[in-house]
Design a protein around this ligand. Structure first.
Ligand code: AMP
Ligand code: MG
Length: 489
């Protein structure tokens, strides 16, 4: 008989804990009453080198609840600041804790963070806890984004705590285990710039470069290269959001990563009807983080990053400002170029023609005018579906369709190749708001996780275009009240 492998597979190397003390506060998570593991991401566990069989047991629940700190872990709350809705403030991990950095069998490093793990010195007035609904929501959204091919933090597990938390109502408490290539944020640099020495800032920048941009370590002005590379990654990420119709909802600078991963799934949601003004978040009354504003806000946040690292760019402040401005001015161009490439793929186009941008803009204008569903319009184009009503039934659309077909005919690639490109670029399924709500309602109010598991399963392969996905493409029944999302704090 083979001996059962009881090793959970933790393999920590805690580089963040080696930064100067002012960047964090070492502290254990606060234990919870009765941890229960309700969802566990086995494929992700496997890539992390973790033993799913061991971690699915009570031992795992104790770790993911913060009741047991595994060997080699170094739990800590990270310090950071940030611009929230344009206003600068001190923040930090007020309800989350990094427990350690897992080194995977492939040699990659991932932060293992518990979200909802109790109070820390950064909690201010908060209880440090999280509710089950929002933690499951982050699990669904982040895993859906990953499957859609968008850089993102991942979700490894959710445990319920057996404790009640108090918001507007009493809610079941939960903790999410979040996996990220790091939790360094624009806000971490703003913290260092405002409350640290220039040496602290330098140490942090060198650390971030070695962790996320090792290829520029030897660059002549590596801090300027760092800024330029971050701009590239964010221009790529935000273009991907726009192309898929993802609305982050709270693009504060503390929610913008240095790795280029999407982070902090609070009030985020996918757009259904195409409209640049779409806002779901209940707290975003001004529409600062509306769908159409996201590219602009990305640039605004990057400018805050550039300001924070100014002393590293050049000793002469004037020169530093000039270098920063030049770098930032590239962001808009890079974003637009990425968006164009992505939009071309969505329309099956391989080469470039001067009129392409207006072809796209005209389609989007029609989508807006006819209140067409963003995702399903691209699906209809991919599969050549026609309806008698709405956008697809309109004369204007027929004219646009003709232009598009002529454009396709002018390229060398076959129709089959275009069709394949479109299938790979237009998802069949996205986490539609009514489906997410249905899954959360079953999980939170009826103790039934099957609806969520089925949804996760469908979302795990969004470009498959299989018949069983069809029911997930349907739109919700019309509602008088617009869909609203909440921060879940
Ligand atoms: P977020 O909305 O998740 O980006 O959080 C913004 C800030 O509020 C961060 O500093 C969080 O740590 C803090 N925060 C959010 N919820 C809580 C809570 N329940 N208790 C303590 N701090 C919190
Ligand atoms: Mg945040």
């Amino acid at each position: 008989m083979t001996k059962e492998n009881k090793n959970p597979g933790w393999n920590f190397d805690n580089s963040y804990a080696r930064l100067p003390q002012s960047f964090f506060s070492s502290q254990k998570p606060q234990p919870v009453r009765s941890p229960k593991l309700i969802i566990f991401n086995e494929p992700l566990a496997a890539t992390l080198g973790l033993n799913a069989e061991v971690l699915k047991s009570e031992d795992g629940a104790a770790v993911f609840a913060g009741n047991h700190v595994p060997d080699g872990a170094h739990p800590l709350a990270q310090a950071y600041a940030g611009h929230q809705f344009g206003h600068f403030t001190m923040l930090g991990d007020g309800r989350a804790m990094l427990i350690g950095e897992q080194m995977t069998p492939a040699g990659d490093r991932f932060d293992i963070q518990l979200k909802g793990s109790g109070r820390t010195p950064f909690s201010r007035g908060g209880d440090g806890r999280a509710a089950l609904g929002p933690m499951l929501r982050e699990y669904i959204m982040s895993e859906a984004m990953h499957a859609l091919g968008i850089p993102t933090t991942r979700s490894l597990a959710v445990v319920t705590t057996g404790e009640t938390i108090y918001r507007e109502t009493e809610l079941p408490g939960a903790i999410l285990t979040r996996v990220a290539s790091s939790h360094l944020r624009v806000g971490t640099f703003e913290y260092a710039a405002n409350w640290g020495t220039v040496q602290d800032l330098k140490t942090l920048a060198d650390y971030a470069i070695s962790r996320h941009y090792p290829e520029i370590e030897e660059a002549q002005n590596r801090y300027l290269s760092f800024l330029k590379e971050l701009i590239k990654r964010q221009a790529d990420l935000i273009a991907k959001w726009q192309l898929i119709g993802f609305i982050h909802g709270v693009m504060n600078t503390d929610n913008m990563t240095i790795s280029g991963e999407t982070i902090d799934y609070g009030p985020c949601a996918f757009m259904d009807t195409y409209d640049l003004a779409t806002v779901f978040s209940s707290i975003d009354v001004q529409g600062r983080y509306a769908y159409g504003n996201q590219p602009y806000i990305g640039g605004w946040n990057l400018a805050r990053f550039a300001e924070a690292i100014l002393p590293l760019l050049d000793d002469d402040e004037k020169k530093a400002v000039k270098l920063a401005e030049e770098a930032i001015s590239e962001y808009g161009k890079q974003y637009q170029a990425n968006w164009l490439i992505g939009m071309k793929a969505k329309l099956g186009l391989f080469n470039d023609e001067e009129q392409d941008e207006s072809l796209m803009e005209d389609l989007l204008k029609l989508m807006k005018k006819y209140r067409a569903d963003y995702t399903n319009t691209f699906l209809a184009l991919t599969f050549d579906r026609h309806e008698e009503t709405g956008l697809l039934g309109s004369k204007e659309f027929s004219q646009w369709h003709k232009r598009w077909q002529e454009r396709l005919d002018r390229q060398d690639e076959t129709q089959a190749a275009s069709h394949q490109l479109m299938k790979n670029s237009n998802p069949a399924v996205i986490p539609r708001n009514h489906r997410v709500e249905e899954a959360l309602d079953a999980a939170v109010n009826q103790d039934d996780l099957n609806v969520m598991k089925r949804l996760l399963d469908v979302l795990s392969n969004p470009y498959a275009h299989t018949p069983d996905q069809a029911e997930y493409c349907t739109l919700p029944a019309p509602s008088k009240t617009p869909y609203r999302t909440f921060c879940g704090t």
